[in-house]
Structures are given as structure tokens and as C-alpha cells.
Write a protein that binds this ligand. Sequence first.
Ligand code: 5GP
Length: 262
Amino acid sequence: MSRRKQIYEGKAKILYEGPEPGTLVQYFKDDATAFNAQKKAILDGKGVLNNRISEFVMLRLEEIGIPTHFIKRLNMREQLIKKVEIIPLEVICRNVAAGTMAKRLGLEEGTKLPRSVVEFCLKRDDLGDPLVAEEHIHAFGWATHAEVDEMITMTLRVNDYLRGMFGGVGINLIDFKIEFGRLDVTMENGSVAHQVILADEISPDSCRLWDRDTDRKLDKDRFRRDMGEVTEAYTEVATRLGILKEANNVHAPNLSVVSNDD
Ligand code: 5GP
């Protein structure tokens, strides 16, 4: 296949022009970064695993009526997605105190929160993605009131679904980060409206996932905190979800996948 035009390169993914107008190809790299890219590594096979896990999660969310940018997986590292205008906010949902919330509020990591909490951060790497209030979002026009309401509603639905999905395979969903985009939709009268849909990815790079019985971390904190066995943990998540047949081979070319359509 001829190389497509590159639209954007992020820390873990590359976006290429898609085959049809309004589409993009999302390529998952093996690069891992943390602490605003001050810490970097290549994790063999991570991109393949995240492509698979994100596909699985997005398809399940579509089934329960959450609109997403996912169209179809193209191969081991690429998926076809709808082109959207990314809303410049990271939406974080937390069930248990960890990471920056534990630090910010002086909570012991692992403390169950009285209820799920949704936070917004501004997508600005140069500022370290700072936490912002809804007041800031409205004052600076990053999203409309209606868009904020839709993002909160969808995030809580995603949280409910993912807690159940991961809970079913013995994993506690501690927190996660998602992103949304605006999709142009042509109405019956010919006018164009924006629909808010789920974009980016959902994977162990963007979630905290702890084993229910042992609290073993199965997510990117293993990389952030130098705990080792990062790809092994991602492989375990994929295996428990039924995406991989077995957890004993983490190298991309040999990943044993359930469907054989690559
Ligand atoms: P924290 O604010 O505690 O660092 O992160 C909360 C949750 O959001 C964690 O699951 C973390 O992985 C995710 N998260 C926060 N910021 C980012 C980011 O810039 N990239 C990714 N992939 N995940 C993030």
C-alpha cells in the first residue's frame, strides 16, 4: 500500500489521511512517554496491543449507543477512523483516588471515592495538561455548555460500562482519560451540525487497571513507575478480555490473536 500523507504525529500515535474524505488512519506506535515526554521508551508490541484493545472497547461502546470515531481495524497497527475536530480537553473519570488526584488532595492511593468524579484538563503539553474548571471551558470557549453536558453524560456511561466490562474479567477500573471530537453531520435541510463523539483511544495507556484480587497494576503506571513487565501487563488485559488467545507471547509479529484477519 502506498504511504499516505501524514496529518499529525503524537506521542503514541500517528494520523494519516484516510482513503475516503472524512476519514483518517490511526497508527499505533510502540513509543511510550510519561511526565510530559520527559521519560521515553519503545515497548515492543504495545502499539499492536493498544490497537486491539481500543478496537474492542470502542466496538462495545458503539453497541450501547455511544458514538465513536472508530470505523474498522485495518491491520495489526492501524484503524480507520472518522475525521473529527478534537475538542481540546482531556476528560478524566475517577472511581478510586490515584495519580494526580491522590497527590493533589492528599488522599492515599487506592481510597475509594464517594462517587465517580469527572474532571477536565486542557490539552496543552507545554503546560502539562492543567486541570481546568467548567468556568474556564465556557469563558475561553473551548466547548459549549451543551458539549460539556454531553461529554459528562457520555463519560459517566462509558465509566459504568467499562467498570462492568473490566469487572467481569477481574479488573478494577480505577480511572481513565478520554477525548471527544466534533463530527460534521449534514441535516435533512442541508445545514451542517456538530455531533460530539468519542475519539482517540481507550487502552491501558489511558486507564488505570488494577487486578481485583491483588491490586497488581495492569496499565501504564508500570512504565511511569519503573515497575517492569509493561507489555506483559497489557497482554494480560487483552487476554482476559478474550482478544488474545494466550498471554505468553508479547512480541508484535507473533501475537496470537483470536480473529485471523490481518
Ligand atoms: P492522572 O491525572 O492521575 O495522571 O491520570 C488520570 C487518568 O488519566 C490515568 O488513567 C491516566 O492514564 C490518564 N491520563 C491522564 N493524562 C493522560 C495523557 O496525557 N495521556 C494518556 N494516555 N492518559 C492520560
